[in-house]
Design a protein around this ligand. Sequence first.
Ligand SMILES: [Mg+2]
Length: 273
Amino acid sequence: MKNKSMLLLLLILIFTSCEQNKEKAPATDMTRNNLTMATLYSHYAQEYKALAYQAFNIAKLRLDEQIKINKNKKLAVIVDIDETVLDNSPYQAYSIAQNTGYPECWNEWCNLAEAKAVPGAVEFLNYAADSGVDVFYVSNRKEKYVAQATLKNLIDVGFPQVVPSHILLRKEKSDENPNPSDKQSRREKIVSQGYEIALLIGDNLGDFYTDEENYSERSAQVEEYQQHFGDKFIVLPNAMYGNWVSALNAYKPEIVDSLIDAAAGGLKETCRK
Ligand SMILES: [Mg+2]
């Protein structure tokens, strides 16, 4: 009950702050249909919470191993922010309620700095920091619009080492930065400061390596890296959005229909008999 009233309060807050900035949304009923179950799962399912705890419990075991192995090295844990350490399901709920979609009102939501922590994240990152490991937050939130609020949100919920040098957000596209959402150069920047990366934690494959855009190439990459998952790569669940959606081109209704047909395979024929 408490959860529900908090969600309602947040929706009202977002709605109020977005009212002044109303543009025609790109989304349709598709947004509502596609996002609803994923958002309910993220926000309410105890299974979601259990998966998040599981991810950070495994992260702790792996970190302890890394600390033992790398006694004289400067260790870093690199985490993504959205749907890895901060929970933005209220923003998704707002998008469903208003039948809109990203990016409408995203910056306003971030600037409220009201996102809660993903279960287990605060405890794990404080454990890492207390163990002498440096924590870096590498996120595709846009630095130009939401840097201050992101810092405030992370500090407010209790994350450690929230200082500008440990927060690497997405910069504007430029000649020197032609692919601003690719996190590889930011990870390399951390390594160039003498750090050994103990763990990478995220909800999107781009949080671990430069992921391909195409579905079959992404599939091949996951096979290639399979030994790393649950080892140096710790994955959080996010069915609400991510590169997996664009890899399927699933923002288009006709594509969704054909994907569902293909997933059902021959079952339609079997069950008609
Ligand atoms: Mg994320």
